[in-house]
Design a protein around this ligand. Structure first.
Ligand code: ADP
Ligand code: TYD
Length: 207
Protein backbone atom coordinates (compact mmCIF):
# COMPACT_ATOMS: atom_id res chain seq x y z
CA UNK A 1 0.00 0.00 0.00
CA UNK A 2 1.37 3.39 -0.99
CA UNK A 3 1.86 5.98 1.71
CA UNK A 4 -1.09 8.37 2.03
CA UNK A 5 -1.02 12.15 2.32
CA UNK A 6 -1.20 14.54 5.23
CA UNK A 7 -2.85 17.89 4.49
CA UNK A 8 -3.61 20.69 6.96
CA UNK A 9 -6.06 23.58 6.62
CA UNK A 10 -5.05 26.75 8.42
CA UNK A 11 -6.22 30.30 8.99
CA UNK A 12 -7.93 32.40 11.64
CA UNK A 13 -11.39 31.86 13.11
CA UNK A 14 -14.28 32.07 10.64
CA UNK A 15 -12.36 31.76 7.37
CA UNK A 16 -14.21 28.51 6.49
CA UNK A 17 -11.78 25.75 7.50
CA UNK A 18 -14.38 23.37 8.96
CA UNK A 19 -16.78 23.91 6.06
CA UNK A 20 -14.04 23.34 3.50
CA UNK A 21 -12.58 20.33 5.27
CA UNK A 22 -15.89 18.50 4.83
CA UNK A 23 -16.24 19.57 1.19
CA UNK A 24 -12.66 18.69 0.33
CA UNK A 25 -13.02 15.28 1.99
CA UNK A 26 -16.14 14.56 -0.07
CA UNK A 27 -14.40 15.62 -3.30
CA UNK A 28 -11.38 13.41 -2.57
CA UNK A 29 -13.60 10.43 -1.66
CA UNK A 30 -15.40 10.88 -4.99
CA UNK A 31 -11.96 10.44 -6.60
CA UNK A 32 -11.61 7.11 -4.79
CA UNK A 33 -9.35 8.09 -1.89
CA UNK A 34 -9.68 6.80 1.67
CA UNK A 35 -10.04 10.11 3.56
CA UNK A 36 -9.79 10.81 7.30
CA UNK A 37 -11.27 14.10 8.58
CA UNK A 38 -9.69 15.30 11.78
CA UNK A 39 -9.09 18.49 13.76
CA UNK A 40 -6.96 20.22 16.35
CA UNK A 41 -6.96 20.57 19.22
CA UNK A 42 -8.34 17.02 19.20
CA UNK A 43 -8.50 14.19 16.69
CA UNK A 44 -7.77 11.31 19.10
CA UNK A 45 -9.26 10.32 22.47
CA UNK A 46 -6.44 11.83 24.51
CA UNK A 47 -6.28 14.98 22.42
CA UNK A 48 -10.05 15.51 22.64
CA UNK A 49 -9.74 15.32 26.45
CA UNK A 50 -7.04 18.00 26.29
CA UNK A 51 -9.28 20.03 23.93
CA UNK A 52 -11.85 20.36 26.72
CA UNK A 53 -9.14 21.63 29.07
CA UNK A 54 -8.14 24.21 26.45
CA UNK A 55 -11.55 25.46 25.29
CA UNK A 56 -13.69 25.33 28.46
CA UNK A 57 -13.51 27.62 31.47
CA UNK A 58 -12.31 31.17 32.12
CA UNK A 59 -10.23 33.11 29.61
CA UNK A 60 -7.45 33.29 32.25
CA UNK A 61 -7.46 29.58 33.12
CA UNK A 62 -3.99 28.90 31.67
CA UNK A 63 -0.81 30.88 31.19
CA UNK A 64 0.43 31.24 27.60
CA UNK A 65 3.21 28.77 28.32
CA UNK A 66 0.87 26.15 29.78
CA UNK A 67 -1.37 26.57 26.73
CA UNK A 68 1.55 26.00 24.36
CA UNK A 69 2.41 22.79 26.23
CA UNK A 70 -1.20 21.56 26.18
CA UNK A 71 -1.53 22.17 22.42
CA UNK A 72 1.78 20.33 21.86
CA UNK A 73 0.70 17.42 24.08
CA UNK A 74 -2.65 17.14 22.29
CA UNK A 75 -0.83 17.20 18.94
CA UNK A 76 1.58 14.45 20.03
CA UNK A 77 -1.34 12.13 20.80
CA UNK A 78 -3.16 13.09 17.59
CA UNK A 79 -0.05 12.34 15.51
CA UNK A 80 0.70 9.01 17.19
CA UNK A 81 -2.84 7.63 17.45
CA UNK A 82 -4.59 9.04 14.37
CA UNK A 83 -2.39 10.68 11.72
CA UNK A 84 0.59 8.34 11.40
CA UNK A 85 -1.44 5.09 11.39
CA UNK A 86 -3.82 6.48 8.73
CA UNK A 87 -1.04 7.75 6.45
CA UNK A 88 0.79 4.43 6.83
CA UNK A 89 -2.23 2.51 5.53
CA UNK A 90 -2.56 4.82 2.51
CA UNK A 91 -5.27 7.24 3.65
CA UNK A 92 -5.42 10.97 2.96
CA UNK A 93 -5.60 12.78 6.30
CA UNK A 94 -7.21 16.23 6.29
CA UNK A 95 -6.67 18.17 9.51
CA UNK A 96 -8.54 21.33 10.54
CA UNK A 97 -5.47 23.13 11.99
CA UNK A 98 -2.04 21.67 12.91
CA UNK A 99 1.39 22.96 13.98
CA UNK A 100 1.08 26.27 12.10
CA UNK A 101 -1.79 27.27 14.42
CA UNK A 102 0.54 26.89 17.40
CA UNK A 103 3.26 28.80 15.56
CA UNK A 104 0.83 31.63 14.70
CA UNK A 105 -1.19 31.85 17.96
CA UNK A 106 1.20 30.73 20.72
CA UNK A 107 4.48 31.40 18.92
CA UNK A 108 3.53 34.69 17.25
CA UNK A 109 0.48 36.39 18.78
CA UNK A 110 1.15 35.19 22.37
CA UNK A 111 4.89 35.85 22.17
CA UNK A 112 6.22 32.37 23.02
CA UNK A 113 8.39 32.45 19.90
CA UNK A 114 8.60 30.22 16.85
CA UNK A 115 11.76 28.35 17.90
CA UNK A 116 10.25 27.22 21.22
CA UNK A 117 7.08 25.95 19.52
CA UNK A 118 9.12 24.01 16.95
CA UNK A 119 11.14 22.48 19.79
CA UNK A 120 7.98 21.29 21.55
CA UNK A 121 6.80 19.81 18.24
CA UNK A 122 10.11 17.98 17.86
CA UNK A 123 9.79 16.49 21.35
CA UNK A 124 6.10 15.59 21.08
CA UNK A 125 5.63 14.66 17.43
CA UNK A 126 9.12 14.00 16.07
CA UNK A 127 8.74 17.17 14.01
CA UNK A 128 6.09 15.71 11.66
CA UNK A 129 5.06 18.20 8.96
CA UNK A 130 2.10 18.13 6.54
CA UNK A 131 2.76 17.29 2.88
CA UNK A 132 0.77 20.41 2.08
CA UNK A 133 -0.78 23.23 4.08
CA UNK A 134 -3.71 25.18 2.66
CA UNK A 135 -3.93 28.65 4.21
CA UNK A 136 -7.40 30.17 3.77
CA UNK A 137 -7.16 33.94 3.31
CA UNK A 138 -10.15 36.18 4.04
CA UNK A 139 -10.39 39.92 4.92
CA UNK A 140 -10.56 40.29 8.72
CA UNK A 141 -14.02 41.91 8.76
CA UNK A 142 -15.49 39.07 6.68
CA UNK A 143 -13.94 36.36 8.89
CA UNK A 144 -15.21 38.14 12.03
CA UNK A 145 -18.72 38.41 10.57
CA UNK A 146 -18.78 34.72 9.62
CA UNK A 147 -17.48 33.65 13.06
CA UNK A 148 -19.96 35.92 14.88
CA UNK A 149 -22.91 34.52 12.88
CA UNK A 150 -21.78 30.97 13.67
CA UNK A 151 -21.07 31.61 17.39
CA UNK A 152 -24.30 33.45 18.26
CA UNK A 153 -24.90 30.96 21.11
CA UNK A 154 -21.58 31.82 22.76
CA UNK A 155 -17.89 31.46 22.04
CA UNK A 156 -15.14 29.35 23.67
CA UNK A 157 -12.29 30.57 25.94
CA UNK A 158 -10.65 32.12 22.89
CA UNK A 159 -13.75 33.93 21.62
CA UNK A 160 -13.16 37.26 23.34
CA UNK A 161 -9.95 38.32 21.61
CA UNK A 162 -9.81 41.71 19.92
CA UNK A 163 -9.08 42.71 16.34
CA UNK A 164 -5.42 43.50 17.12
CA UNK A 165 -4.90 39.91 18.34
CA UNK A 166 -6.47 38.46 15.19
CA UNK A 167 -4.30 40.78 13.09
CA UNK A 168 -1.17 39.41 14.80
CA UNK A 169 -2.34 35.85 14.07
CA UNK A 170 -3.00 36.69 10.41
CA UNK A 171 0.41 38.35 10.04
CA UNK A 172 2.09 35.32 11.61
CA UNK A 173 0.31 32.92 9.22
CA UNK A 174 1.33 35.08 6.24
CA UNK A 175 4.97 35.06 7.37
CA UNK A 176 4.93 31.27 7.85
CA UNK A 177 3.54 30.80 4.32
CA UNK A 178 6.13 33.16 2.83
CA UNK A 179 8.89 31.25 4.62
CA UNK A 180 7.87 27.82 3.30
CA UNK A 181 6.40 28.18 -0.21
CA UNK A 182 7.06 24.50 -1.03
CA UNK A 183 4.58 23.34 1.62
CA UNK A 184 2.08 26.24 1.74
CA UNK A 185 -0.58 27.31 -0.72
CA UNK A 186 -2.48 30.51 0.08
CA UNK A 187 -6.08 30.10 -1.06
CA UNK A 188 -8.59 32.94 -1.52
CA UNK A 189 -11.50 32.16 0.84
CA UNK A 190 -13.94 34.78 -0.52
CA UNK A 191 -16.98 33.83 -2.58
CA UNK A 192 -19.24 30.82 -2.25
CA UNK A 193 -18.17 27.64 -0.47
CA UNK A 194 -18.15 25.85 -3.85
CA UNK A 195 -15.79 28.48 -5.32
CA UNK A 196 -13.40 27.97 -2.41
CA UNK A 197 -13.53 24.15 -2.66
CA UNK A 198 -12.57 24.35 -6.35
CA UNK A 199 -9.58 26.55 -5.47
CA UNK A 200 -8.52 24.17 -2.72
CA UNK A 201 -8.65 21.16 -5.06
CA UNK A 202 -6.51 23.05 -7.55
CA UNK A 203 -4.06 23.81 -4.73
CA UNK A 204 -3.58 20.07 -4.13
CA UNK A 205 -2.06 19.64 -7.56
CA UNK A 206 1.13 17.61 -7.48
CA UNK A 207 0.08 15.44 -4.56
N1 ADP B 1 -17.83 30.62 1.50
C1 ADP B 1 -18.62 30.98 2.51
N2 ADP B 1 -19.46 32.04 2.40
C2 ADP B 1 -20.25 32.41 3.44
N3 ADP B 1 -20.27 31.81 4.65
C3 ADP B 1 -19.47 30.76 4.83
C4 ADP B 1 -18.59 30.30 3.78
N4 ADP B 1 -17.88 29.24 4.26
C5 ADP B 1 -18.29 29.04 5.52
N5 ADP B 1 -19.24 29.94 5.87
C6 ADP B 1 -19.93 30.07 7.18
O1 ADP B 1 -19.08 30.86 8.01
C7 ADP B 1 -19.03 30.34 9.35
C8 ADP B 1 -17.59 29.99 9.70
O2 ADP B 1 -17.17 28.87 8.89
P1 ADP B 1 -16.31 27.68 9.51
O3 ADP B 1 -16.18 26.66 8.44
O4 ADP B 1 -16.89 27.27 10.82
O5 ADP B 1 -14.90 28.43 9.73
P2 ADP B 1 -13.61 28.04 10.61
O6 ADP B 1 -13.63 26.56 10.79
O7 ADP B 1 -12.45 28.52 9.78
O8 ADP B 1 -13.73 28.80 11.88
C9 ADP B 1 -19.98 29.16 9.37
O9 ADP B 1 -21.23 29.58 9.88
C10 ADP B 1 -20.08 28.74 7.90
O10 ADP B 1 -21.33 28.14 7.61
C1 TYD C 1 -4.65 23.90 17.04
C2 TYD C 1 -4.57 25.23 17.74
C3 TYD C 1 -5.69 26.00 17.96
N1 TYD C 1 -5.60 27.19 18.60
C4 TYD C 1 -6.83 28.00 18.85
C5 TYD C 1 -7.46 28.65 17.66
C6 TYD C 1 -8.89 28.84 18.06
O1 TYD C 1 -9.02 30.08 18.73
C7 TYD C 1 -9.12 27.73 19.09
C8 TYD C 1 -10.09 26.66 18.66
O2 TYD C 1 -9.84 26.27 17.35
P1 TYD C 1 -11.04 25.91 16.39
O3 TYD C 1 -12.02 25.03 17.10
O4 TYD C 1 -10.44 25.42 15.12
O5 TYD C 1 -11.73 27.34 16.16
P2 TYD C 1 -12.36 27.97 14.81
O6 TYD C 1 -13.25 26.93 14.18
O7 TYD C 1 -13.12 29.16 15.33
O8 TYD C 1 -11.24 28.34 13.92
O9 TYD C 1 -7.84 27.16 19.37
C9 TYD C 1 -4.40 27.65 19.08
O10 TYD C 1 -4.31 28.73 19.68
N2 TYD C 1 -3.27 26.89 18.88
C10 TYD C 1 -3.30 25.69 18.24
O11 TYD C 1 -2.26 25.02 18.08
Amino acid sequence: MARGRFISLEGGEGVGKSTQLRALAAALRARGHDVIETREPGGSAGAEAIRSLLLDGDAGRWTAGAEALLFAAARADHVAKTILPAVARGAWVLSDRFLDSSLAYQGGADGIGEAAIRQLHQVGSDGLMPDRTLLLALPAEEAAARAAARDRDGADRFGGRDAAYHARVAAAFAALAAGDPARFRIVDATGTADDVTARLLAALEGL
